[in-house]
Design a protein around this ligand. Structure first.
Ligand SMILES: NC(=O)c1ccc[n+]([C@@H]2O[C@H](COP(=O)([O-])OP(=O)(O)OC[C@H]3O[C@@H](n4cnc5c(N)ncnc54)[C@H](OP(=O)(O)O)[C@@H]3O)[C@@H](O)[C@H]2O)c1
Length: 326
């Protein structure tokens, strides 16, 4: 089968199209014919191996010390079940599915094997009425955003700030927070603000023109997707008992959040518990009802994977980048 292989950590040029052995499903695995996949910020971080020092070692051990252990990267997919292992009961050949492989990776290929109940990632029937491209762009950003919002208990009438709202995570966080009944302030670059208004954000802020933490306002939940922000300033802008959830914090961000929240009822967290099969089924329902959609900026064919990575790293990306697999 055709796949994009990554044999060393580095710039987009380390990626190349190759013929590799088609995987065969184990007893508890489903063989998926991938029709669409994505390139996310996390895919680029894995390719470059660019992680905060506190998670550098555990991730290096998990992903490969000297070179990537899983040569085929990619976490999101939508496609058709082509075969199932003997112990699989909830999927059958011909099913249209979407999901994430988590740190198992492997989605940047024509076929991927996914455990019926994976340790990381999840898989569920694809929402009706959308194509493979849109379905592929939902599980990672949608699942993780849902997990973070649930962890922080986002609900009706709450005020939520999403910092870094224009990417994969943020575009889903804004939509889901609105669906949950929150008032949403979305922060990102000027070129993304109109799109964020279109997703339902009540207030949009251009981070190049204004430091939102200097506002005399408080939020019940601050969802910070940006690496390197001043988390102590974010904590100060939290309402009493508010939550700061950080998607990608460095050590100093965590230390500042800890220090600024000490002795208060404000809380902070670095991880959600999203992206389960139940989450994907819930997200699929919202998509089918027309209440949620994936923002897709560009689509590339599999052969142009390196180009897709380059674009993902420009910062211009609106929402998601989809890679179609013919
Ligand atoms: N903890 C977890 O469980 C978990 C799970 C999944 C992913 N993650 C991590 O979450 C991170 C974000 O993921 P993503 O896919 O949503 O990334 P993304 O698509 O790149 O979105 C990030 C957004 O933040 C904007 N931004 C950059 N600097 C900013 C600033 N100073 N203020 C406000 N906005 C700013 C970016 O715009 P510009 O670049 O144009 O400025 C971009 O629109 C990744 O690092 C990923 O590894 C964490």
């Amino acid at each position: 089968m055709r796949a994009i292989v990554c044999t060393r950590y580095g710039p987009p040029e380390v990626l190349r199209l190759a013929d590799v052995r088609k995987p065969a499903p184990k007893d508890d695995e489903v063989l998926v014919r991938v029709r669409a996949t994505t390139v996310s910020a996390a895919d680029c971080e894995i390719r470059r191996f660019d992680f905060a020092p506190w998670i550098w070692l555990p991730l290096r051990l998990a992903l490969g010390v000297f070179r990537p252990r899983r040569r085929v990267l990619g976490q999101e997919f939508a496609g058709d079940v082509e075969g199932v292992g003997s112990a699989v009961t909830s999927f059958a050949p011909g099913d249209r599915v979407f999901g994430t492989t988590g740190l198992g990776l492997g989605a940047h290929a024509e076929y991927v094997c996914v455990r019926e109940d994976p340790a990381t990632g999840a898989m569920a029937p694809m929402p009706a009425g959308v194509d493979y491209a849109e379905a592929a762009a939902i599980p990672y950003g949608g699942g993780e955003a849902l997990g973070f919002l649930r962890k922080a208990g986002v609900g009706g009438g709450q005020r939520i700030l999403v910092n870094g709202a224009g990417g994969s995570f943020g575009t889903f966080a804004v939509q889901l927070a609105k669906i949950l009944g929150a008032h949403v302030t979305a922060v990102d670059g000027a070129g993304k603000l109109e799109m964020l208004r279109g997703l339902g954000a009540d207030v949009v802020v251009d981070y190049a023109r204004e430091d939102v933490t200097a506002r005399h306002e408080t939020w019940d939940v601050i969802f910070d997707i940006v690496r390197g922000t001043r988390s102590d300033r974010m904590v100060r802008r939290l309402a009493e008992s508010g939550w700061l959830v950080m998607a990608n914090p460095g050590f100093m961000q965590m230390a500042r959040a800890w220090s600024a929240s000490r002795g208060t009822r404000k809380r902070w967290s670095i991880a959600g518990v999203g992206g389960t099969k139940e989450d994907l089924v819930y997200l699929a329902g919202l998509v089918e009802d027309g209440r949620l959609h994936a923002v897709i900026d560009r689509r590339y064919p599999l052969e142009q994977m390196a180009e897709a990575h380059r674009y993902a790293e420009t910062g211009a990306k609106l929402g998601n980048i989809v890679v179609t697999v013919a």
